[in-house]
Design a protein around this ligand. Structure first.
Ligand code: SAJ
Length: 411
């Protein structure tokens, strides 16, 4: 039997689950997308995708033209792909597996014998053994006999998700080689990249390692920004030149690290391995210190340019990075938090992607925002600001993203 004869349930229709479900369906797999949020399912049933991403509307149309349904109920299926969020516990820094556990529990309530559960969510190494595996026995299943388990962590980057979904290499971890093959075939319906198979624990670890590697690289860039500031050097120029070396590739400094991956996953290593994860801890600490560093810079710049009132300071950008509408763990929100602690609130905030009011001082019109302030702090390099940069001429600009050619102040 091929995967085209199987029924697939994708559990959780968020940033990862929705594009994955749609890609499977658009390529001929019989998919039911499940989300417990009624408004998500209602919106998708009404033909409206739930977040912005290049190409998502087209993929949605291609999927619903084939075998794609949406439901709040867990279906009877042959393969379940679980794409639930995995936050970390603020106190212990360990992964919070409760969303996955609840989802797999609900799957096991309806799952027929012989089905496969694929955890796609990012988890720290050992999470599946500790939290997911025991659930099967509790529901009367024997793994490797009448139920199967796999881990296929996603790798797609918001902003370029659909391209990466199709072209990135992937990892599939499973206990049994034939299950690894089946899941490789499933992802192979839309993924043209190499699909590597391994065991579950290695798959868990590689995903965390990938995001930690990026976090450490960004932390190095951020540390360099601080060092260069002390010596009055331009960090961008230093990195640009250093990166001409064939074996050097330093990422860009910024106002902090946000999103639900790079800012979260490295903490799992810190939570699980303590002082053994010394370098990782140093890196996440440097990244976490950036909003405070930006706040100090803003104070200095206000003094230098005689800007007395915070209400004349405008923060451009609220999302965690450019051209996405996701504000989770966003550096701007972290900065606003720091400002509150320092009783330095009152600033204006604008982001073209954030239509709801999510913070004090938020404005919804670009021109009104620019006209209302003297100092513009660019915190996100959206295409919008790059295209409308001339509107900032005559203002004091503090550019934390290296997008404004005439900024008086840089990171
Ligand atoms: N950032 C910098 N400097 C840089 C690059 C990024 O400050 O040079 C900041 C961004 O502005 C943002 C944060 O880091 O605030 C994270 O953004 P990102 O673009 O680095 O990564 P994510 O979180 O959007 O996606 C990452 C990707 N992981 C890697 O590149 C190793 C993606 O492939 C993963 O699928 C995703 O995490 C995930 O879901 O785990």
């Amino acid at each position: 039997m091929s995967v085209f004869d199987k029924k697939v349930g994708v559990i959780g229709l968020g940033y990862i689950g929705l594009p994955t479900a749609l890609s499977l369906a658009a390529n001929g797999v019989d998919v039911t997308g499940v989300d417990i949020k009624e408004e998500t399912v209602a919106s998708l049933r009404a033909g409206k995708v739930t977040f912005k991403e290049d190409g998502l509307d087209g993929l949605f149309a291609a999927a619903v033209a084939k075998k794609m349904t949406f439901s709040t109920e867990y279906p009877v299926a042959d393969i379940y792909v679980v794409t639930m969020p995995t936050p970390y516990d603020e106190m212990t820094k360990k992964v919070d597996a409760s969303f996955i556990v609840r989802a797999v529990d609900s799957v096991l309530d309806v799952m027929p014998k012989g089905a496969v559960v694929v955890v796609e969510s990012t988890v720290s190494p050992g999470t599946i053994d500790e939290h997911v595996r025991p659930l099967f026995a509790r529901h009367g299943f024997t793994l490797g006999a009448d139920a199967h388990l796999a881990h296929a962590p996603e790798r797609i980057i918001p902003g370029n998700m659909l391209y990466e979904l199709e072209h990135n290499a992937r990892t599939v971890g499973a206990d049994e080689p034939e299950i690894a093959e089946l899941i490789r075939e499933l992802y192979g319906t839309f993924c043209k990249g190499e699909i590597v198979t391994t065991d579950i624990r290695t798959a868990e670890m590689t995903k965390i390692v990938e995001n930690t590697f990026r976090s450490i690289n960004i932390a190095y860039a951020n540390e360099l920004a601080k060092l260069c500031r002390v010596k009055g050097m331009d960090v961008q120029e230093v990195i640009r030149i250093a990166n001409k070396h064939p074996r050097v590739n330093i990422l860009s400094p910024g106002p902090g690290v946000g999103g639900h991956c790079i800012s979260v996953d490295p903490w799992f290593l810190v939570g699980d391995f303590g002082s053994l994860a010394e370098l990782t801890f140093a890196a996440v600490s440097v990244n976490a210190s950036m909003p405070e560093f930006v706040l100090e810079r803003i104070s200095g710049i206000k003094e230098k340019y005689g800007i007395k009132d915070n209400s004349r300071v405008g923060l451009y950008g609220l999302t965690y990075k450019e051209d996405v509408d996701d504000i989770r763990e966003s550096p701007t929100l972290q900065l606003l938090d720091c400002m509150k602690h320092h009783l330095a609130s009152g600033v204006k905030v604008y982001d073209p992607f954030v239509k709801d009011d999510v913070c004090d001082g938020q404005m919804h019109d670009f021109d009104e925002f620019v006209n209302a302030v003297d100092l513009v702090v660019i915190l996100v390099g959206h295409t919008e600001i790059k295209q409308r940069m001339s509107a900032l001429e005559g203002k004091t600009v503090f550019d934390t993203r290296n997008v404004c050619p005439f900024a008086q102040e840089k990171l």
